[in-house]
Write a protein that binds this ligand. Structure first.
Ligand SMILES: Nc1nc2c(ncn2[C@@H]2O[C@H](COP(=O)(O)OP(=O)(O)OP(=O)(O)O)[C@@H](O)[C@H]2O)c(=O)[nH]1
Ligand SMILES: [Mg+2]
Length: 510
């Protein structure tokens, strides 16, 4: 207790880092605004334009949430300020693990030694409200975060027990856990070392906070004979049992930390305690020692120095976590999937272009070529090949417009140029069929075979050029969108990388 009181609480100058974090966020805002996706080349009702709108909307929704998310951080910052002068230990574990009981017994001991002890609840704004001693009970008792200040330099945050059912308590715990400098993980000696509980703590532990496993309720009923009657008495678990459980929990926790990709050196050796037995004989020194409380105190002493390392960085860690989990997390959860769907749609449409272009050629061909015989017949009396070409040109233009609407309807084509009108060379026309009559030559009508063949060839060539042009223009539009998507992706990646850099600067040993 004396050592806790004497802890020197130096603070690093975090202002340069906090300024970098502010700069990071405003840079992200500018980056995202300049990387807005552009759908100008596409019709509004096209798949790609819808995906673009969805991606832009996802980014906008994230950005417009920033002020609200920043406000949600204030309670944590308020709590951190209130507990500014203390090393804060998070007491974490399943419901009934004995969290409140352990907090109470420590409070009693500090009070017995003359320390000022204050119980508090946290309100929604992170303000401390004085309250009575914690309730302990067989059914779930703690429903909000509560704490105790033990003297000036130590505070415990007692959390609601973990549930399999609702995430509500876990969310509450997570919200205020940023203020903790170290974590006590309470695990009951009846089933010690349920390491899946540590999943909830992963982001806490990622902040390089030390973790002390405490095996609680390390006691059992034993039958004894008193005055000839058989009675059940609560006893500490034998040392051998405690050692076995401690070694087992140490091993499981180490494996779990390694599996979570965490630094196993954060893990402190587990200690077993029985709050029940510590309270026996008016919490006499012997009872405290046998119950494991002395060992717990030693472990807590050893925890102070690594806990202080976090404490010095805390204001920046709180902001960093917010940017990391809320801002980046949100963009990853909302904008990234929208971007991925856009990219998938781009691949899809790009993959269809070849086929659409072939289909367009075929459709124009089928619409125009069957008209040729009638057109040729109609213009044959005047031998008006130019008239035929004019009619073909008009038919082609309207068939082409229709085809664009069918096969390239997603695109706003013709932004660069329309395909050149159909104006083929005029060197082939109607040919006279001459017959010999009375030794002289006389016209017997017209032959349009060569003109027909020439027109077919010219139509095919024109359509091929037009379809190529359209396909290339569509491909170019898709490329532009893809470049935009890559730009947005690059903004996201660059900011994730620079945040990682700030984080490693923050955590670098001084
Ligand atoms: N035998 C024994 N029982 C204990 C010990 N510590 C706590 N208990 C009992 O375990 C039950 C739960 O204790 P709490 O301290 O309320 O547990 P908690 O982790 O705060 O539970 P929640 O707040 O509901 O999450 C109570 O009935 C306590 O009396 C102990 O050391 N030994
Ligand atoms: Mg409790």
């Amino acid at each position: 207790m004396a050592e806790a009181e004497a802890a020197a609480l130096a603070s690093d100058d975090l202002n340069p880092l906090l300024a970098r974090l502010d700069g990071w966020l405003s840079g992200l805002g500018t980056g995202l605004a300049s990387a807005r996706l552009d759908a100008a080349a596409l019709r509004e009702d096209s798949e790609i334009a819808r995906r673009i709108a969805a991606a832009n909307a996802a980014v906008d929704a994230c950005v417009s949430d920033w002020p609200r998310q920043r406000d949600a951080l204030r309670p944590v910052e308020a709590l951190a300020r209130s507990l500014d002068q203390a090393v804060v230990l998070l007491v974490f574990g399943k419901f009934n693990a004995g969290k409140s009981s352990l907090c109470n017994v420590m409070a009693d001991r500090f009070a017995a030694h003359g320390a000022e002890v204050d119980y508090f609840h946290l309100d929604a704004y992170g303000r401390l409200e004085s309250c009575a001693r914690f309730t302990e009970g067989a059914t779930e008792t703690t429903s909000r975060i509560q704490g105790i200040r033990l003297g000036q330099r130590l505070a415990l945050l007692d959390t609601p027990g973990l549930h399999s059912g609702t995430g509500e308590h876990a969310a509450l715990t997570r919200r205020f856990a940023d203020c903790a400098d170290a974590v006590l993980w309470l695990t009951s000696s009846s089933t010690p070392g349920q390491v899946q509980e540590l999943d909830e703590l992963a982001s806490e532990l990622r902040r390089a906070k030390p973790l002390l496993p405490v095996i609680t309720r390390s006691d059992r009923y034993e039958e004894d004979e008193i005055d000839g009657a058989l009675v059940k008495l609560m006893r500490n678990k034998p040392t051998a049992d405690r050692c076995g459980q401690e070694a087992d929990v140490a091993e499981r926790a180490r494996d779990k930390l390694a599996a979570l990709g965490l630094d196993v050196t954060q893990l402190r050796p587990p200690v077993s305690v029985s709050v029940h037995m510590a309270r026996a004989e008016g919490a006499s020194p012997a009872a405290m020692a046998e119950a494991g409380m002395d060992r717990l105190y030693s472990a807590l002493r050893a925890l102070v120095s690594p806990a202080l390392a976090y404490r010095r960085r805390k204001p920046a860690e709180v902001r960093l976590r917010h940017l990391d989990e809320t801002v980046v997390g949100d963009l990853n959860a909302r904008a990234r999937p929208a971007l991925e769907q856009l990219n998938a749609a781009l691949d899809d449409v790009a993959g269809q272009l070849e086929c659409r272009s072939a289909q367009a050629q075929e459709d124009v061909w089928r619409a125009v070529v069957p008209l040729l015989p009638d057109l040729l017949d109609a213009h044959a009396p005047e031998r008006d090949a130019a008239g035929v070409r004019g009619s073909v040109s008009r038919a082609l233009q309207s068939a082409w417009a229709e085809v664009l609407d069918t096969h390239f309807r997603d695109f706003r084509l013709g932004r660069d140029a329309q395909p050149a009108p159909f104006e083929p060379a005029a060197d082939i026309g109607f040919e006279e069929i001459m017959i010999e009559v009375d030794g002289g030559l006389q016209s017997a009508g017209t032959d349009a075979t060569r003109l027909h063949a020439a027109l077919e060839r010219q139509i095919r060539d024109w359509v091929a050029v037009a379809a190529d042009h359209a396909r290339e223009e569509c491909a170019e539009s898709l490329r532009e969108v893809r470049v935009g998507a890559e730009r947005l992706d690059a903004v996201l990646r660059a900011h994730e990388a620079s945040l990682r850099e700030i984080r490693s600067d923050l955590r670098a040993p001084a």
